[in-house]
Ligand binder design. Structure first.
Ligand SMILES: [Zn+2]
Length: 113
């Protein structure tokens, strides 16, 4: 499962941060996930439980910040929301190939003790 390897990478990052800050425990982990990132929040939560078990992040709460996909229209020089993956600009009807937001998958913040 792709979510497991992803969560393993998150664990490396958070444990590294915890070490740098001499934290005893990780309380909250917030991830920022774009709507086109291709991960299922449910699968991610399951992977979180499995991967964090036995570490100082075992009791941490996972928060997921969803980022809606947004594309940019060259013609209108404006951004528009990608509803249902439709790449058509609502203003001029042109097709956009520039994704501005929506594929992110990153650590947004951490709360340590
Ligand atoms: Zn347009």
């Amino acid at each position: 499962m792709h979510e497991l390897s992803l969560m393993e990478a998150v664990r490396e990052q958070v444990l590294e941060q915890a070490r740098l800050h001499a934290a005893r425990r990780i309380d909250v982990i917030t991830l920022r996930i774009g709507s086109l990132a291709g991960v299922e929040p449910e699968a991610l939560r399951f992977a979180f439980e499995v991967v964090m078990a036995g570490s100082i992040a075992a009791d941490a709460r996972l928060q997921i910040e969803r980022v809606p996909a947004v594309a940019f229209c060259d013609c209108c020089q404006g951004e528009f929301a990608l509803d249902d993956g439709l790449w058509e600009c609502p203003c001029c009807g042109g097709l956009s190939r520039q994704l501005r937001r929506g594929r992110e998958l990153q650590l947004a913040s951490l709360q340590l003790t």
